[in-house]
Design a protein around this ligand. Sequence first.
Ligand SMILES: Cc1cc2nc3c(=O)[nH]c(=O)nc-3n(C[C@H](O)[C@H](O)[C@H](O)COP(=O)(O)OP(=O)(O)OC[C@H]3O[C@@H](n4cnc5c(N)ncnc54)[C@H](O)[C@@H]3O)c2cc1C
Length: 482
Amino acid sequence: MKTSSTLQGRREFIRQVGISGSALLFAPDFMGHWAADTRTDVMVLGGGIAGLYAALQLQEKGYSVGVLEGANRLGGRLFTLDNIPGRPEVGGIEVGNGYQSIIGLAEKVGVAIVAHPPAPPQARELTLFVRGKAISTQNWHASDCNLLAEAEKKLLPPLLESHYTMKNIPFKQLDEWYSGNFQSLDIPYADFLRQKGASDEAIRLIDVNANIHGVHRTSALHVLRSLSLRIIGGSTTTLRIEGGSSRLPQAVAAKLKQAPETGKIVKRIVQKKKRVEIYCSDGSRYVARAVICTLPFPALRQVEFLTPLPSLQQDAIANMPYIPISQVHMRPTAPFWEEDKMPPAMWTDSPLGRIFATYNEKGEVERLTSWMVGNEAANFDKLPSEQARAFVLSEMAKLRPASKGHLEILYMNSWGNNPLNGGAYHQYAPGQIGKWVPHLAKPAGKICFAGEHTCFTHTGMEGAAQSAERAVKEVEQILNAS
Ligand SMILES: Cc1cc2nc3c(=O)[nH]c(=O)nc-3n(C[C@H](O)[C@H](O)[C@H](O)COP(=O)(O)OP(=O)(O)OC[C@H]3O[C@@H](n4cnc5c(N)ncnc54)[C@H](O)[C@@H]3O)c2cc1C
């Protein structure tokens, strides 16, 4: 039995070394023992939706669980800008009606999943801007900037990708894409498009705004798998999280008895015989019987990971490509589209990518958002902040001279420049799927992996949630065996 002076001494020791939160429960007492009666069973690394949902499930099963989040907010890639009118999203938005795990989780924590508000008819219109010229969608087929092959000329640039892919999706089941039967599609996406008859100009236009980092460096199998979710993923319509995407991670966190800790950048993970030790950049240390690691691989690359891993798993962690996406949210201070008489939303092959228009309940344009993917985002991310602002406004003025002086930048976000993510989502380069998928999410000793990149059925939020369900089962087995 501990004497009170021993306990006081222990508290003083803890105060002096500055161990905090759940680590305090594990500080070795002065007799050299680990306080087994109070130890945290599982530490979850990363406070995005995968990490928070994993923690909630473990708590419901009676385990003690802590969450460490490196940023100063929870939610990761679910991030609503609550201080900007209209609450723009910089991360995930659309919830497919087939997202069973996300919808179930939202119901459990009392968050509503709702339909998008109806958009006014003008929201469907857009201006094309190709090869330096603004073109109406009606005039596209005859435009001298339309260098598509004869058979493609009537296709609008935003529809080219689905034209060449949707009818060529060969999977019937969610897990078929990595079965090994489709290795012949694990080739550069550009080659696949060419095989299907796309012209060089069609491939160039697809490359600008497709949700990937480059048609030459992305596996066609990866693209087809992502697009197949629209057909076989059970999502026929898209919904949203009421009040903004951040409401979901916040509501999950509020249910956790042990509050997730923010500002805890994990720097080192050491696996010992009976425990895992986690060290953060602020000097704090945590100990648990097992760990669920949800860090995106570019972030995990920054962590000293003292656990032997199979070489292909190590290869995936070190090299999995992530897609840069950057957004610039702007407020129009005057309706310049009334002056140039073109719809405010744009599809462009310019460095600003697509420009989305968001309407308020009165049917007025509330915001314009430049959405850059892949090479456009990677180039934009190199600019220092002030230069980036000036660049956006001057590019907008080139696209729409009438916009000059009538745009205010509200917020700029780069997922590629964020070291805690390293990109918006993962992708596979040609040849990586067959090599990595069987290995990359396997538990390593007492460490299990979750996060959207470790799910092989769904992608996005649903992938993150399903990965959490899998990792919880794996961690339970580890705890039961130890
Ligand atoms: C622009 C954009 C649009 C999207 N649109 C959609 C959509 O419409 N529908 C959809 O379903 N999905 C969408 N997604 C994807 C979806 O948002 C993600 O798949 C999902 O949120 C990922 O959750 P996660 O928990 O796996 O990862 P994350 O949310 O990234 O969580 C990982 C957490 O780990 C933290 N972390 C990293 N390193 C450390 C460290 N060293 N120490 C401690 N913590 C660390 C990070 O800060 C982060 O909070 C979109 C994503 C983006 C970026």
